[in-house]
Design a protein around this ligand. Structure first.
Ligand SMILES: *Cc1c(COP(=O)(O)O)cnc(C)c1O
Length: 228
């Protein structure tokens, strides 16, 4: 548990340094602790260490764990969401970061309205064009946004991406840069209310922040390696 506290402190330092080097304050970057596979007691320890945003990637796991965490927490769905679980997701989460099809956006909107709320969402972009990854191709994001941005049950808060993995973070930097350009262009043109660019994980969050991330999703660097 002490390790979690030390990890959070170290990551906050790195976030502050990276934010400063991109001309921003540390408070302008939201740290989401990705707690998938992590048991509730250790999630609670991260909360005690000051974490207020947590990310999960499976609805069923989130259903079991979220009620057990004490305190004001903002929950993010960061994994692929099946449409038949959208109703549960709307009840459990404050933000869904993985909207990648129009039908999913429509289903979330409808379910949110039924629940009497409007759901914050991010659109997931497949910035590397990888066949193995879900996400909207960058060249389609503008028309996608036009199609869904007026759905009454969602509020599009920005973009999310998982770039191609490379142990050399400098090889990942160009993807982050392209995402930021895309985000800025959409914001200027279509959606000035978009305020979040979610990119960067344990091994590359500092570089993502240097390139303009407003939200980073960090798992391993906080909780340690996940068992399988
Ligand atoms: C697991 C996961 C993360 C965190 O990954 P780490 O490398 O453990 O920091 C971030 N984003 C998504 C979408 C994930 O599934």
């Amino acid at each position: 548990m002490d390790a979690i506290k030390a990890n959070v402190a170290r990551i906050r330092d790195e976030i502050a340094r990276a934010a400063e080097s991109s001309g921003r304050a540390a408070e302008e970057v939201t740290l989401v602790a990705v707690s998938k596979t992590v048991e509730p007691a250790r999630i609670q320890a991260a909360f005690e260490a000051g974490i207020r945003h947590f990310g999960e990637n499976r609805v069923q796991e989130a259903q079991e764990k979220i009620p057990l965490i004490q305190g004001p927490v903002t929950w993010h769905m960061v994994g692929h969401l099946q449409r038949n679980k959208a109703g549960h997701a709307v009840e459990l989460f404050d933000m869904i970061q993985s909207v990648d099809t129009k039908r999913l956006a429509e289903t979330i909107s409808r379910r949110a309205l039924q629940a009497g709320r409007r759901m914050d969402v991010l659109l997931e972009v497949n910035i590397g064009g990888e066949a193995s990854k879900i996400g909207i191709p960058p060249e389609e994001i503008e028309s996608f946004l036009e199609e869904i941005k007026d759905l009454p049950g969602i509020r599009v808060r920005g973009l999310m991406t998982i770039p191609p993995y490379d142990p050399d973070v400098e090889k990942v930097r160009p993807y982050f840069r392209r995402m930021h350009e895309l985000f800025q262009r959409l914001k200027d043109k279509t959606s000035p209310s978009m305020d979040h660019l979610s990119m960067g994980m344990s091994n590359d969050f500092a570089v993502a922040i240097e390139e303009g991330a407003t939200m980073v999703r960090v798992g391993t660097a906080i909780f340690g390696a996940r068992g399988q």
